[in-house]
Design a protein around this ligand. Structure first.
Ligand SMILES: Nc1ncnc2c1ncn2[C@@H]1O[C@H](COP(=O)(O)OP(=O)(O)OP(=O)(O)O)[C@@H](O)[C@H]1O
Ligand SMILES: [Mg+2]
Length: 150
């Protein structure tokens, strides 16, 4: 499924819809080139999900924990050396927890992503326009698809 976001406001709207569809254990994978809007989308999801803290890119820490309607884990795996390093950081405990996990640069750890996930790829069209592709498997994904078709 493909969506066009003409501007940041459209990305915000999408973030709000995603926030309504996610539940404990949901994993959201975000891909797309540097500066395309992965963190921005994460911020919009988190805000609507009840995270009061402002999310900043966790590039150097890899994983940051926030509290929203449920625990909210934000990962940026851009600087991860290998998939094994993710396990050392407790990756499994996060993705199979009672919380929600958002992973930026998920394609870098493709081999260890859970089967049930929402996969979002953002492509830059111009300064403010983005093509956003959404795929996935699982209940949260199904819910998102039906919300977006309204
Ligand atoms: N429609 C849009 N959706 C998302 N971001 C947009 C949009 N239009 C403009 N932007 C801008 O693009 C930038 C996206 O930066 P952001 O940090 O979210 O990217 P990123 O993909 O997380 O980058 P990185 O790969 O470094 O983690 C922000 O400055 C944001 O305001
Ligand atoms: Mg980012």
């Amino acid at each position: 499924m493909k969506i066009i976001a003409n501007n940041l406001k459209d990305t915000e709207k999408l973030g709000k819809i995603i926030a309504k569809c996610i539940e404990k254990g949901t994993v959201i994978c975000l891909d797309g080139e540097l500066g395309v809007g992965k963190t921005s989308l994460t911020q919009f999801i988190a805000k609507e999900f009840g995270v009061k803290e402002y999310i900043v890119s966790p590039t150097f820490t890899i994983i940051k924990e926030y509290e929203g309607r449920l625990p909210f884990y934000h990962m940026d795996v851009y600087r991860i050396g290998s998939e094994d390093d993710m396990y050392d950081l407790g990756y499994d405990e996060y993705i199979y927890s009672e919380g929600v996990t958002v992973i930026e640069w998920a394609n870098l750890i493709e081999g260890i992503l859970p089967e049930e996930r929402i996969h979002i790829e953002i492509k830059r069209i111009d300064d403010t326009k983005r093509e956003i592709s959404i795929e996935g498997k699982g209940l949260s994904f199904e819910k998102l698809v039906s919300e977006l078709n309204l």
